[in-house]
Design a binder for this molecule. Structure first.
Ligand SMILES: *[C@@H]1O[C@H](CO)[C@@H](O)[C@H](O)[C@H]1NC(C)=O
Ligand SMILES: *[C@@H]1O[C@H](CO)[C@@H](O)[C@H](O)[C@H]1NC(C)=O
Ligand SMILES: *[C@@H]1O[C@H](CO)[C@@H](O)[C@H](O)[C@H]1NC(C)=O
Length: 377
């Protein structure tokens, strides 16, 4: 029942936001953000193949500084790749802005903890990141620390952001160039409450020093829960707070302005093997993760899988997400329908935009295109 009501109001949001498009078209102070991360290992999608009309910002993922000096040592191959990335995307019609993202899920959280705890390491990191951005022609820098581990890490992150912004402003003044953008990819919720000590992001420093944050509204469930299927990017969850509606709500409550909040959308899904093919909802018993590396498949791979196996595709009202079933294989993911609903929700909330992890996962730009059409600038 509750799900029915939510879906009804989502439809209302959708209609409201669609009609609002023509009216809102010219407001400029907070241009909509339609971001996408491009993993440098995504060999199926070279930068020149990115359909830039569906995006405003593309992030190069990832660069990692030296673990002793915290400066960036960029080798020849990477240098060529960075130059190709920025020049290709700048030359595209329409052009998009480019940022490089530092870190990523594969980089341990301790690494950043060490850097932020030392003022001189922070300075090395900041100066070197600005140098890299300018040298290779990026419009901005993104920090992807997954995740600060302690309240002390959060306090140090606040210092880092203040110092970073100060340096970016100084550099812009000295060089008479537009300041670099500064953004961060953050946890789905403003508070980390699931593991480790309870800790909250430094909302004041974020508000003051970052242009916006990319809220990672995905990976709520996965291979660490092999015995139950899950909607890994659930918009709603009536039983827990592990959902996008809760997460975005917590960010709004933290005081970070809505104009700095960007909703994360996954272009990938999570797979399980069902215990019983007849019990196949979200939250059904499973015996293991399914196909893909640690049970992860891109949206394009899921579309292929669904076609090859004539899978049954269902829309889950409660979580606002899709799942497909073929035999005992179960895949939870997002497609154009669930993304349409989530974008309607985000627009009704009044936040600034959305981003995808990651652009190479889309199938013929289906989802990117729909999202872009729904969120007129
Ligand atoms: C830094 O990286 C090197 C090479 O990957 C590794 O051997 C070393 O243990 C790392 N040092 C620290 C302090 O993490
Ligand atoms: C980028 O690399 C691609 C293929 O590797 C090449 O075709 C293209 O010309 C390069 N673009 C620029 C601007 O360097
Ligand atoms: C969800 O979070 C709120 C506070 O933000 C808390 O009061 C509530 O108990 C939480 N619910 C669950 C199921 O953990």
């Amino acid at each position: 029942m509750a799900a029915g009501i939510k879906t009804y109001s989502l439809c209302t949001y959708l209609i409201l936001s669609l009609t609002a498009c023509s009216v809102m078209a010219s407001s400029s102070s907070s241009e909509a953000i339609k971001g996408g991360y491009w993993p440098s290992w995504a060999k199926n999608l070279p930068p020149y193949s990115i359909e830039t009309s569906f995006f405003t910002h593309i992030y190069y993922a990832f660069l990692i500084p030296n673990n002793v000096t915290f400066k960036f040592d960029i080798g020849y191959t990477t240098a060529m790749e960075l130059l190709n990335f920025t020049s290709t995307l700048r030359a595209k019609k329409p052009a998009v802005k480019t940022l490089f993202s530092i870190g990523g899920a594969a980089e341990g959280p301790i690494f950043f903890g060490r850097m932020v705890s030392s003022p001189s390491m922070r300075k090395n990191f900041i100066d070197s990141s600005i140098e890299v951005a300018r040298k290779f022609g990026f419009d901005g820098i993104d920090l992807d620390w997954e995740y600060p581990q302690t309240p002390k890490d959060m306090e140090n992150l606040a210092y880092l952001l203040y110092e970073w912004r100060l340096e970016v402003q100084q550099e812009a003044k000295t060089t008479k160039r537009p300041p670099l953008l500064l953004t961060a990819a953050v946890y789905f919720s403003a508070n980390l409450f699931l593991s480790g000590p309870y800790r909250s992001y430094p909302a004041t420093s974020i508000t003051k020093n970052l242009d916006w944050i990319n809220v990672m509204n995905y990976d709520y469930h996965g291979s660490w829960e092999p015995s139950i299927t899950g909607a890994h990017s659930a918009l709603f969850d009536s039983k827990t707070n592990i959902s996008t509606s809760y997460g975005l709500g917590s960010w709004i409550k933290s005081g970070v302005p809505k104009s700095k909040l960007i909703m994360g959308l996954p272009l990938y899904g999570k797979t399980w093997l069902l215990k019983d093919s007849k019990s196949h909802g979200v939250g059904s018993p499973a015996i293991d993760v399914g196909p893909g590396d640690q049970g992860v498949l891109t949206f394009a791979e899921i579309e292929q899988f669904n076609r090859d196996h004539k899978a049954k595709v269902e829309y889950d009202l409660e979580s606002v997400s899709m799942y497909s079933v073929a035999g005992t294989t179960w895949i939870g993911y997002d497609d154009t329908l669930s993304v349409t609903m989530k974008i309607a929700y985000a627009r009704a909330l009044g936040i600034r935009g959305y981003f995808f992890w990651a652009v190479h996962g889309d199938y013929k730009w289906k989802i990117s295109k729909r999202a872009s059409q729904l969120w007129c600038v």
